[in-house]
Design a protein around this ligand. Structure first.
Ligand code: KG4
Ligand code: ZN
Length: 342
Protein backbone atom coordinates (compact mmCIF):
# COMPACT_ATOMS: atom_id res chain seq x y z
CA UNK A 1 0.00 0.00 0.00
CA UNK A 2 1.64 3.20 -1.19
CA UNK A 3 -0.44 6.29 -1.87
CA UNK A 4 0.73 9.78 -2.65
CA UNK A 5 -1.24 12.72 -1.23
CA UNK A 6 -0.54 16.43 -1.35
CA UNK A 7 -0.19 18.71 1.65
CA UNK A 8 -2.33 21.81 1.63
CA UNK A 9 0.12 24.74 1.43
CA UNK A 10 3.47 23.56 0.17
CA UNK A 11 1.98 21.03 -2.25
CA UNK A 12 4.79 18.68 -1.35
CA UNK A 13 3.88 15.03 -1.93
CA UNK A 14 3.38 12.77 1.09
CA UNK A 15 3.61 9.00 0.80
CA UNK A 16 1.15 6.91 2.76
CA UNK A 17 2.67 3.55 3.67
CA UNK A 18 2.77 0.97 6.50
CA UNK A 19 4.52 3.46 8.81
CA UNK A 20 2.03 6.28 8.22
CA UNK A 21 0.12 7.65 11.18
CA UNK A 22 -3.39 8.82 10.31
CA UNK A 23 -5.39 10.82 12.84
CA UNK A 24 -9.16 10.68 12.28
CA UNK A 25 -12.20 12.39 13.76
CA UNK A 26 -15.74 10.96 13.66
CA UNK A 27 -18.82 12.97 14.69
CA UNK A 28 -21.66 11.82 12.39
CA UNK A 29 -24.17 11.04 15.15
CA UNK A 30 -23.90 10.87 18.95
CA UNK A 31 -20.28 9.83 19.47
CA UNK A 32 -17.37 12.29 19.40
CA UNK A 33 -14.46 10.08 18.45
CA UNK A 34 -10.80 10.57 17.64
CA UNK A 35 -8.08 8.00 16.88
CA UNK A 36 -4.56 7.52 15.56
CA UNK A 37 -3.94 4.40 13.44
CA UNK A 38 -0.60 3.21 12.06
CA UNK A 39 -0.50 1.57 8.64
CA UNK A 40 -4.29 1.26 8.50
CA UNK A 41 -4.38 -1.69 10.91
CA UNK A 42 -2.66 -0.83 14.20
CA UNK A 43 -4.62 1.39 16.59
CA UNK A 44 -2.37 3.61 18.74
CA UNK A 45 -5.23 5.47 20.43
CA UNK A 46 -9.03 5.22 20.19
CA UNK A 47 -10.98 7.83 22.14
CA UNK A 48 -14.80 7.84 22.15
CA UNK A 49 -16.97 10.32 24.07
CA UNK A 50 -20.51 8.94 23.97
CA UNK A 51 -23.60 11.15 24.35
CA UNK A 52 -25.99 8.26 25.05
CA UNK A 53 -26.71 9.48 28.59
CA UNK A 54 -27.70 12.92 27.28
CA UNK A 55 -30.10 11.63 24.59
CA UNK A 56 -31.55 8.83 26.73
CA UNK A 57 -34.11 11.08 28.37
CA UNK A 58 -35.51 12.12 24.96
CA UNK A 59 -35.70 8.52 23.65
CA UNK A 60 -33.49 9.33 20.64
CA UNK A 61 -30.76 11.61 19.30
CA UNK A 62 -31.66 15.33 19.22
CA UNK A 63 -29.49 16.72 16.39
CA UNK A 64 -29.10 20.27 17.81
CA UNK A 65 -28.03 18.99 21.22
CA UNK A 66 -25.70 16.43 19.63
CA UNK A 67 -23.94 19.10 17.54
CA UNK A 68 -23.39 21.29 20.60
CA UNK A 69 -22.03 18.35 22.57
CA UNK A 70 -19.56 17.58 19.76
CA UNK A 71 -18.34 21.15 19.96
CA UNK A 72 -17.71 20.74 23.70
CA UNK A 73 -15.96 17.39 23.30
CA UNK A 74 -13.93 17.54 20.11
CA UNK A 75 -10.85 19.43 21.33
CA UNK A 76 -10.65 17.32 24.47
CA UNK A 77 -10.90 14.13 22.39
CA UNK A 78 -8.11 15.27 20.04
CA UNK A 79 -5.80 16.22 22.93
CA UNK A 80 -6.51 12.93 24.72
CA UNK A 81 -5.78 10.95 21.53
CA UNK A 82 -2.35 12.60 21.06
CA UNK A 83 -1.61 11.90 24.72
CA UNK A 84 -2.66 8.24 24.66
CA UNK A 85 -0.77 7.52 21.42
CA UNK A 86 2.25 9.49 22.65
CA UNK A 87 2.43 11.15 19.23
CA UNK A 88 3.03 14.81 18.33
CA UNK A 89 0.86 16.55 15.70
CA UNK A 90 3.95 17.06 13.50
CA UNK A 91 4.38 13.27 13.32
CA UNK A 92 0.93 12.70 11.81
CA UNK A 93 1.05 11.80 8.10
CA UNK A 94 -2.52 12.89 7.25
CA UNK A 95 -5.75 14.00 8.95
CA UNK A 96 -9.04 12.24 8.08
CA UNK A 97 -12.64 13.12 8.97
CA UNK A 98 -16.14 11.82 8.28
CA UNK A 99 -17.89 13.80 5.52
CA UNK A 100 -21.25 11.91 5.57
CA UNK A 101 -23.79 10.41 5.68
CA UNK A 102 -24.89 11.64 9.10
CA UNK A 103 -26.40 14.59 10.95
CA UNK A 104 -25.21 17.72 9.16
CA UNK A 105 -24.65 19.89 12.25
CA UNK A 106 -22.72 17.09 13.89
CA UNK A 107 -20.60 16.30 10.84
CA UNK A 108 -19.68 19.99 10.47
CA UNK A 109 -18.02 20.04 13.89
CA UNK A 110 -15.75 17.04 13.30
CA UNK A 111 -14.99 17.85 9.69
CA UNK A 112 -14.02 21.44 10.45
CA UNK A 113 -11.78 20.25 13.28
CA UNK A 114 -10.11 17.83 10.85
CA UNK A 115 -9.64 20.50 8.18
CA UNK A 116 -8.22 22.90 10.77
CA UNK A 117 -5.63 20.34 11.91
CA UNK A 118 -4.62 19.63 8.30
CA UNK A 119 -4.26 23.35 7.61
CA UNK A 120 -2.43 24.13 10.84
CA UNK A 121 0.15 21.36 10.38
CA UNK A 122 0.26 21.48 6.55
CA UNK A 123 -0.66 17.83 6.10
CA UNK A 124 -3.00 16.13 3.62
CA UNK A 125 -6.72 16.23 4.39
CA UNK A 126 -8.77 13.07 3.67
CA UNK A 127 -12.59 13.11 3.80
CA UNK A 128 -14.27 9.76 4.43
CA UNK A 129 -17.67 8.20 3.75
CA UNK A 130 -19.02 6.85 7.05
CA UNK A 131 -20.18 3.59 5.44
CA UNK A 132 -16.73 2.83 4.01
CA UNK A 133 -15.39 3.53 7.49
CA UNK A 134 -17.69 0.90 9.05
CA UNK A 135 -16.43 -1.67 6.52
CA UNK A 136 -12.83 -0.66 7.30
CA UNK A 137 -13.25 -1.59 10.98
CA UNK A 138 -12.55 -5.09 9.64
CA UNK A 139 -9.01 -4.13 8.54
CA UNK A 140 -8.00 -3.37 12.14
CA UNK A 141 -5.71 -6.08 13.57
CA UNK A 142 -6.38 -8.40 10.60
CA UNK A 143 -4.89 -9.10 7.16
CA UNK A 144 -8.19 -8.74 5.31
CA UNK A 145 -7.95 -7.71 1.64
CA UNK A 146 -10.67 -7.39 -1.05
CA UNK A 147 -12.51 -8.95 -2.76
CA UNK A 148 -15.24 -9.71 -0.22
CA UNK A 149 -18.96 -9.34 0.45
CA UNK A 150 -19.79 -6.86 3.23
CA UNK A 151 -23.02 -6.90 5.22
CA UNK A 152 -23.39 -3.39 6.61
CA UNK A 153 -26.01 -3.10 9.35
CA UNK A 154 -26.27 0.15 11.29
CA UNK A 155 -28.83 2.56 12.71
CA UNK A 156 -29.26 4.26 9.35
CA UNK A 157 -28.22 1.67 6.74
CA UNK A 158 -28.64 -1.94 5.73
CA UNK A 159 -26.65 -2.87 2.67
CA UNK A 160 -24.92 -5.76 0.96
CA UNK A 161 -21.80 -4.45 -0.73
CA UNK A 162 -19.56 -6.17 -3.22
CA UNK A 163 -16.10 -4.82 -2.30
CA UNK A 164 -14.23 -5.70 -5.48
CA UNK A 165 -11.10 -3.73 -4.67
CA UNK A 166 -9.98 -0.71 -2.64
CA UNK A 167 -11.39 1.51 -5.37
CA UNK A 168 -14.51 -0.33 -6.48
CA UNK A 169 -17.44 -0.89 -4.12
CA UNK A 170 -20.82 -1.88 -5.52
CA UNK A 171 -23.95 -1.70 -3.37
CA UNK A 172 -25.89 -4.74 -4.60
CA UNK A 173 -28.75 -4.62 -2.10
CA UNK A 174 -30.26 -2.37 0.56
CA UNK A 175 -33.32 -1.83 2.69
CA UNK A 176 -36.33 -0.28 1.00
CA UNK A 177 -37.62 1.09 4.32
CA UNK A 178 -36.22 0.74 7.88
CA UNK A 179 -32.57 -0.04 8.57
CA UNK A 180 -31.90 -3.03 10.84
CA UNK A 181 -30.71 -0.85 13.75
CA UNK A 182 -33.74 1.41 13.31
CA UNK A 183 -36.07 -1.63 13.42
CA UNK A 184 -34.33 -2.83 16.59
CA UNK A 185 -34.67 0.58 18.24
CA UNK A 186 -38.36 0.92 17.23
CA UNK A 187 -39.32 -2.57 18.39
CA UNK A 188 -37.39 -1.99 21.63
CA UNK A 189 -39.35 1.20 22.21
CA UNK A 190 -42.72 -0.45 21.65
CA UNK A 191 -41.96 -3.09 24.28
CA UNK A 192 -40.83 -0.35 26.68
CA UNK A 193 -37.02 -0.56 26.55
CA UNK A 194 -35.05 2.72 26.88
CA UNK A 195 -32.94 4.23 24.06
CA UNK A 196 -30.81 2.89 22.44
CA UNK A 197 -32.92 -0.24 22.49
CA UNK A 198 -30.92 -2.44 20.08
CA UNK A 199 -28.33 -3.78 22.55
CA UNK A 200 -30.97 -4.17 25.30
CA UNK A 201 -33.30 -6.10 22.99
CA UNK A 202 -30.34 -8.34 22.04
CA UNK A 203 -29.71 -9.15 25.74
CA UNK A 204 -33.34 -10.17 26.38
CA UNK A 205 -33.45 -12.18 23.14
CA UNK A 206 -30.55 -14.31 24.35
CA UNK A 207 -32.70 -15.76 27.15
CA UNK A 208 -35.90 -16.12 25.11
CA UNK A 209 -37.24 -18.79 22.77
CA UNK A 210 -36.50 -17.73 19.16
CA UNK A 211 -39.24 -20.02 17.83
CA UNK A 212 -42.00 -18.95 20.24
CA UNK A 213 -43.69 -16.76 17.60
CA UNK A 214 -43.53 -17.06 13.84
CA UNK A 215 -43.04 -13.58 12.46
CA UNK A 216 -43.34 -12.77 8.76
CA UNK A 217 -40.24 -12.47 6.60
CA UNK A 218 -40.63 -9.74 3.97
CA UNK A 219 -40.68 -10.95 0.38
CA UNK A 220 -38.32 -8.52 -1.33
CA UNK A 221 -36.46 -9.42 -4.49
CA UNK A 222 -32.72 -9.73 -5.07
CA UNK A 223 -30.47 -8.58 -2.26
CA UNK A 224 -32.86 -5.91 -0.97
CA UNK A 225 -34.47 -5.91 2.47
CA UNK A 226 -37.62 -4.58 4.18
CA UNK A 227 -38.12 -4.47 7.94
CA UNK A 228 -41.11 -2.18 8.44
CA UNK A 229 -43.66 -5.02 8.01
CA UNK A 230 -41.86 -7.05 10.65
CA UNK A 231 -41.98 -4.10 13.04
CA UNK A 232 -45.76 -3.81 12.47
CA UNK A 233 -46.15 -7.56 13.03
CA UNK A 234 -44.40 -7.22 16.41
CA UNK A 235 -46.73 -4.32 17.27
CA UNK A 236 -49.76 -6.51 16.44
CA UNK A 237 -48.34 -9.37 18.50
CA UNK A 238 -47.76 -7.09 21.49
CA UNK A 239 -51.34 -5.70 21.24
CA UNK A 240 -52.78 -9.22 21.04
CA UNK A 241 -51.72 -9.80 24.65
CA UNK A 242 -54.22 -7.10 25.60
CA UNK A 243 -53.20 -6.50 29.20
CA UNK A 244 -51.95 -10.04 29.88
CA UNK A 245 -48.28 -10.33 30.77
CA UNK A 246 -46.13 -10.07 27.62
CA UNK A 247 -43.48 -12.82 27.22
CA UNK A 248 -40.90 -10.11 26.46
CA UNK A 249 -37.87 -12.40 26.11
CA UNK A 250 -39.68 -14.66 23.63
CA UNK A 251 -40.92 -11.68 21.57
CA UNK A 252 -37.35 -10.31 21.43
CA UNK A 253 -35.88 -13.70 20.54
CA UNK A 254 -38.47 -14.32 17.79
CA UNK A 255 -37.84 -10.87 16.29
CA UNK A 256 -34.07 -11.41 16.43
CA UNK A 257 -34.41 -14.84 14.81
CA UNK A 258 -36.44 -13.42 11.93
CA UNK A 259 -34.00 -10.54 11.29
CA UNK A 260 -30.84 -12.65 11.54
CA UNK A 261 -32.21 -15.45 9.34
CA UNK A 262 -33.17 -12.95 6.62
CA UNK A 263 -29.73 -11.30 6.70
CA UNK A 264 -27.96 -14.65 6.55
CA UNK A 265 -30.04 -15.89 3.62
CA UNK A 266 -29.28 -12.84 1.47
CA UNK A 267 -25.57 -12.79 2.35
CA UNK A 268 -25.22 -16.48 1.47
CA UNK A 269 -26.94 -15.86 -1.82
CA UNK A 270 -24.53 -12.98 -2.60
CA UNK A 271 -21.49 -15.09 -1.71
CA UNK A 272 -22.63 -17.95 -3.92
CA UNK A 273 -23.59 -15.75 -6.85
CA UNK A 274 -20.43 -13.61 -6.75
CA UNK A 275 -18.20 -16.62 -6.08
CA UNK A 276 -16.36 -15.06 -3.11
CA UNK A 277 -15.04 -16.92 -0.09
CA UNK A 278 -14.71 -13.90 2.27
CA UNK A 279 -17.54 -12.16 4.11
CA UNK A 280 -17.36 -9.22 6.53
CA UNK A 281 -19.92 -7.86 8.96
CA UNK A 282 -19.95 -4.11 9.64
CA UNK A 283 -21.89 -1.33 11.42
CA UNK A 284 -23.29 -0.89 14.91
CA UNK A 285 -25.59 -3.91 14.61
CA UNK A 286 -22.52 -6.09 13.90
CA UNK A 287 -22.34 -6.18 17.72
CA UNK A 288 -25.56 -8.25 17.77
CA UNK A 289 -25.02 -11.70 19.28
CA UNK A 290 -27.28 -13.71 16.97
CA UNK A 291 -26.31 -11.95 13.73
CA UNK A 292 -22.62 -12.49 14.60
CA UNK A 293 -23.29 -16.15 15.44
CA UNK A 294 -25.14 -16.87 12.21
CA UNK A 295 -22.55 -15.09 10.04
CA UNK A 296 -19.65 -16.79 11.89
CA UNK A 297 -21.33 -20.17 11.32
CA UNK A 298 -20.49 -19.64 7.65
CA UNK A 299 -16.97 -20.74 8.64
CA UNK A 300 -18.32 -24.30 8.83
CA UNK A 301 -19.17 -23.98 5.14
CA UNK A 302 -15.61 -22.98 4.25
CA UNK A 303 -15.95 -19.18 4.19
CA UNK A 304 -13.50 -16.77 5.82
CA UNK A 305 -15.57 -14.61 8.14
CA UNK A 306 -14.65 -11.23 9.63
CA UNK A 307 -16.46 -9.00 12.12
CA UNK A 308 -15.00 -5.99 13.94
CA UNK A 309 -14.03 -6.25 17.59
CA UNK A 310 -16.96 -5.01 19.67
CA UNK A 311 -15.41 -1.57 20.35
CA UNK A 312 -15.02 -0.99 16.59
CA UNK A 313 -18.62 -2.00 15.67
CA UNK A 314 -20.38 1.19 16.78
CA UNK A 315 -19.17 4.63 15.70
CA UNK A 316 -15.45 5.25 16.33
CA UNK A 317 -12.61 7.08 14.58
CA UNK A 318 -10.17 4.16 14.16
CA UNK A 319 -12.35 2.83 11.36
CA UNK A 320 -12.25 6.29 9.71
CA UNK A 321 -8.44 6.34 9.82
CA UNK A 322 -8.34 2.83 8.41
CA UNK A 323 -10.68 3.82 5.54
CA UNK A 324 -8.40 6.80 4.79
CA UNK A 325 -5.47 4.40 4.52
CA UNK A 326 -7.12 1.71 2.37
CA UNK A 327 -9.89 3.16 0.23
CA UNK A 328 -9.03 5.17 -2.86
CA UNK A 329 -12.33 7.00 -3.34
CA UNK A 330 -11.95 9.63 -0.64
CA UNK A 331 -12.64 13.37 -0.60
CA UNK A 332 -9.26 15.05 -0.74
CA UNK A 333 -10.50 18.56 -1.56
CA UNK A 334 -10.40 20.80 1.53
CA UNK A 335 -13.59 22.52 0.26
CA UNK A 336 -15.68 19.34 0.42
CA UNK A 337 -19.08 19.87 2.11
CA UNK A 338 -20.78 17.51 4.56
CA UNK A 339 -23.76 15.46 3.34
CA UNK A 340 -26.65 13.88 5.24
CA UNK A 341 -27.71 11.01 2.97
CA UNK A 342 -26.17 8.83 0.27
O1 KG4 B 1 -23.22 2.18 13.39
P1 KG4 B 1 -23.88 2.84 14.53
O2 KG4 B 1 -23.09 3.08 15.79
O3 KG4 B 1 -24.50 4.20 14.11
C1 KG4 B 1 -24.96 4.43 12.80
O4 KG4 B 1 -24.09 4.69 11.93
O5 KG4 B 1 -26.17 4.28 12.62
O6 KG4 B 1 -25.15 1.93 14.86
C2 KG4 B 1 -26.03 2.21 15.89
C3 KG4 B 1 -27.17 1.20 15.84
C4 KG4 B 1 -28.31 1.54 16.79
O7 KG4 B 1 -29.53 1.40 16.08
C5 KG4 B 1 -28.18 0.48 17.89
O8 KG4 B 1 -29.42 0.16 18.51
C6 KG4 B 1 -27.66 -0.69 17.09
O9 KG4 B 1 -26.70 -0.11 16.23
N1 KG4 B 1 -27.02 -1.73 17.91
C7 KG4 B 1 -27.52 -2.98 18.06
C8 KG4 B 1 -26.65 -3.66 18.94
N2 KG4 B 1 -25.64 -2.80 19.30
C9 KG4 B 1 -25.88 -1.62 18.65
N3 KG4 B 1 -28.62 -3.56 17.53
C10 KG4 B 1 -28.86 -4.84 17.86
N4 KG4 B 1 -28.07 -5.56 18.69
C11 KG4 B 1 -26.97 -5.02 19.26
N5 KG4 B 1 -26.21 -5.74 20.09
ZN1 ZN C 1 -22.22 4.39 12.12
Amino acid sequence: MNKIKKTLFSNKPVTIDENSLIMAIESSCDETACAIVKGGREVLANVVASQIKIHEEYGGVIPEIAAREHLEAVNVAVAETFKQANVKPEDITAFAGTVGPGLVGCLLVGLNATKSLALAYDKPFIGINHLNAHISANFIDTELKPPFIALLVSGGHTQIIDVKSYSELEIIGETIDDAVGEAYDKVARLIGLPYPGGPKLDKLAQVGNPFAFKLPEAKVGGYDFSFSGLKTAVLRLVKSFDGQELPVNDVCASFQECVSATLLKKVKHALEERGYNQVVLAGGVAANSEIRKKIFNLKDEGYDVYAPQMKYCTDNASMVASAAFFFDKTFDDINVEVFSRV
